[in-house]
Structure formats: C-alpha cells, structure tokens
Design a protein around this ligand. Structure first.
Ligand SMILES: Cc1ncc(COP(=O)(O)O)c(C=O)c1O
Length: 445
C-alpha cells in the first residue's frame, strides 16, 4: 500500500521514530489477524510523549506530590503489561469475544450520495458491547488495575458511556466500582445511570459547577487522591496527567489499526482521502488518527478531521470548542487547549451532547493541531442534529449525538474534495442513550 509509509512519522519525542515498511505492515497485520485483534504493535512507532509526558509541549503532570508515585507506578505497570503476551492475549480475547471486535467498516452508499462523496465507510464502534468505543479502553484499564493488585476502580462519566463501560468491565472481572457523574448529566442520561446501578456500580452525583463532565472529573480525581493506594482511576478519555493520555490512546488505537488492516486485507477497501472522528476529550479520535500518523509518512497522510462541539456557536458563550476557542492552560492535571477566563479559570463548556461538553482536549490533539497534522472543526448542536437525522434515515443507523458531530462534516467535505472522494468516519457510539433528547426536540416530526 503505497500510502503507508516506510519513513518516520512525525514525532514530538527526542528519540527517533521509525515506521514500518509496507511489507512489514502486511506481515504484522497477517500475524495479528491470526492470533490477535489489532492492538498497536510495538514495532510501529506512534508519536511518543517525552519523559515528562509532553507531546510537543502539551500534557505533563500537574498533580499534587502525593499522586506522583501512583502515576509512576501506573506508568511502570502499563509498560510491563503491554509487553506481556499473557496480558495482551487476555485483552485481545475479550475484545474479540466479549466486545465483538473487529468492528465492521461499513460502506454507507446512501449517506455518501447525500453528502456528495464517492464513498463513506463507517467504523461501527456503535456495534460494540455496551454501544460505544469506551469499552475498548475500560476493559484494558480494568485488566491493568487487576494486574496491579487493585480491585477497586473509580471513573468519571459524561454521557454515561464510559461509566457503563467501566461498570461492565468491573462486573465481568468481579471488581468494586464507583462512577462520578454530574447531576445535569444524570438527568440527561438517566438510562445509563440505571444501567450502571444494575451492573452493581455506585453512581456518585456531583452537583458542583454546571453538574457536567468537567465537574465529575474534578470530583473523581479528588476522591482518587484520597485512596490512591488501593484504588485505580479508570480515565475515560485521552486526557489527565501523564501517562493516562498515552494509555487511553493505546487501548483505543484498535479503531485505526483495524481500519488500516481493512485497507491491507480487503481489496475492495480503498485508502481514504479523509478520516473523520468527533472530539470530546479525544479518545475515539486519537484512537482513529494516531494509527494513521504512525503508519503513514506525513506527505501521504489522509486529511484528518476532528469535529468538536460548537454548541450554540463558537462565539455564543455556549460552546465546547476547546481547540477553536481555547487557549493553552492547565485542567485536570495536564496542559492543553482549554476554554478559560482571563485569569485561567476553566469556563463552563456547553454542548447538546453530554460526551462533548468538556472545556479541554487531550494533549496529543493539541500537539496535532499545532503541527497541522489534524484539522479541528466546530460543529453546532443544530448541524449535529441534522446529520443525526440524515444518517438515521439514509442508512437506518441511529448514531450517538457525539458521533453525529463527525457526520455533520460530510457535506462540507463533499464540496471540498468532490464526488470521487473516499472518507472513513468513526461512529463512536449508538444513539439509544439520546432518545429522550431528540424526542424532546420533536426531531423528524
Ligand atoms: C458515543 C461517544 N462518542 C464520543 C464521546 C466523546 O469522548 P471522546 O472524545 O473521549 O471519544 C463520548 C463520551 O462520552 C461518547 O459517549
């Protein structure tokens, strides 16, 4: 595959990165399809955070001294686990038989025609067990927790998908689980709250601030600091202090690795002109983009597009577009683009989608933005709802409202790239959790 590189990918690390040759990719993909699913191969060099956890100046560890040993222990435990074939094999088996991976790459012809594109391939993370990409990472981190001797996990959640995924993994592995969730999100995502409780998790309501995701993360991090010895924090997105962004990226990179394997193995699947994903904290997007960055040389990268939540509009004061409207600052233990006031207090983010209304974004995305590797575009609530309906009616696939933000980019891509263009798009989750929201708005009536 000529577009898959034999040169170094862009890397912020000081160590030289080396990508695989196309033949080596083919060989590795063949090996992994026989025994494993598509967790990142350690022969393929992803952009690496430096020793202090920075991707080109973004990231780091802005946490109390008392938490540093736990993060160091986590870093060592993670690195040990991912190089142990027993751990990789266990996770891989669960990804295949429990989650249902690899997820299909479905050619959505009616959606492509409606968007003025040649072909649109939907990466169906919505078909995963529990209905979203979050389970890829939650399972990985819960297995890691157990391996590190911690049988209690805590997590934060916005849309409830990461909470449900963590509660599910905890039930499967016989672990104790507490999930912190903003009171506003508890109202918006009542079904997922019920599911978490059914699964045996404690849902801890957080009423601080706007009662949304950012407040839940703050409360969960605070709770973790008090019980760091025996409790593992399962971070739900590619955010937080180092090494969390790298850990989450690793477990979510199955998404892009599988896309690349489809290109390699299925002669009917072309190399894409563009790859699109929605960006909240950024986990499904980094899991989609980073494998392309790792496998392709810069000149042959597809156009990578991250759709962030504009809310009511980027200048309305009710937005979640942290890259478009943010400036660099510190939140939840890491340095990245952040919606903040003039003295550095995080602003309340807003989006119709509970999973995207976060005022920050993962540090690797900030780096990709500054390097021009990924284009980040804001999508309003109304544009997302229009795309939600189009996908539902043209393909019979009801997406999560988060994923609808990515779908909303398609018509503009059709105009920009033309009717021959091929686009891959990650459908990060299914829309079941959003039925009350769309019903209240009488969507489609
Ligand atoms: C279905 C779905 N997609 C996307 C997101 C956004 O998260 P991330 O940017 O980490 O993928 C969420 C968050 O809850 C989600 O539930």
């Amino acid at each position: 595959m000529s577009h898959l590189a034999s040169q170094s990918p862009t890397s912020p690390s000081t160590s030289p990165a080396s990508a695989m040759t196309a033949d080596a990719i083919q060989a590795a993909a063949t090996t992994s399809s026989a025994a494993l699913s598509f967790l990142p191969d350690d022969q393929v060099r992803y952009p690496q955070a430096d020793e202090e956890g920075y991707f080109g100046g973004f990231g780091g560890r802005y946490v109390p001294e008392t938490v540093i040993p736990a993060l160091q222990e986590l870093e060592a435990g993670f690195s040990d686990a991912v190089s142990d074939p027993a751990f990789v094999g266990h996770l891989d088996g669960l990804l295949r038989d429990y989650v249902g991976r690899p997820s299909p790459l479905y050619r959505a012809d009616r959606l492509a025609a409606a968007s003025g594109l040649g072909a649109v391939y939907l990466k169906r993370e919505d078909l995963n067990h529990t209905g979203a990409h979050k389970i890829n990472n939650a399972l990985g981190q819960c297995l890691l927790a157990q391996r590190m001797g911690k049988n209690r996990v805590i997590a934060e959640t916005g849309a409830g998908q990461h909470g449900v995924a963590t509660a599910t993994a905890a039930a499967l592995l016989g672990m104790e689980c507490a999930v912190y969730m903003g009171t506003e999100d508890i109202k918006r995502q009542a079904l997922n709250v019920y599911k978490m409780r059914l699964l045996g998790a404690e849902v801890v309501p957080v009423s601080d601030g706007g009662g949304t995701l950012a407040n839940a993360v703050t409360a969960a991090l605070r709770a973790w600091v008090a019980c760091v010895e025996e409790t593992f924090y399962v971070m739900g997105s590619a955010v937080g202090p180092h090494p969390y962004p790298s850990i989450v990226r690793h477990f979510q990179s199955v998404i892009g690795e599988e896309m690349i394997a489809s290109i390699e193995h299925d002669p009917d699947v072309p190399f894409p002109d563009a790859v699109v994903a929605c960006v909240g904290g950024g986990s499904n997007a980094i899991g989609t983009f980073a494998p392309f960055v790792a496998h392709c040389d810069r000149a042959h990268l597809p156009l990578l597009i991250g759709a962030e939540a504009a809310g009511l509009g980027v200048d309305s004061g009710k937005t979640g577009a942290s890259i478009t409207k943010g400036t660099p600052g510190v939140l939840h233990g890491f340095y990245s683009y952040l919606l903040q006031d003039e003295i550095g207090n995080p602003l309340e983010a807003y989006s119709i989608s509970a999973g995207l209304d976060y005022p920050g974004v993962g540090p690797e995305h900030a780096y990709y933005h500054d390097q021009g590797i990924v284009r980040y575009v804001p999508v309003t609530d109304d544009e997302a709802l229009e795309a939600f309906l189009l996908c539902t009616r043209s393909e019979g696939i009801i997406p999560a409202i988060e994923s609808a933000h990515a779908l909303a980019v398609l018509p503009a891509l059709g105009r920009e790239l033309g009717s021959g263009a091929v686009v891959f798009l990650t459908v990060s989750g299914r829309g079941d959790k959003d039925m009350d929201i769309v019903r209240e708005r009488h969507l489609g009536e």
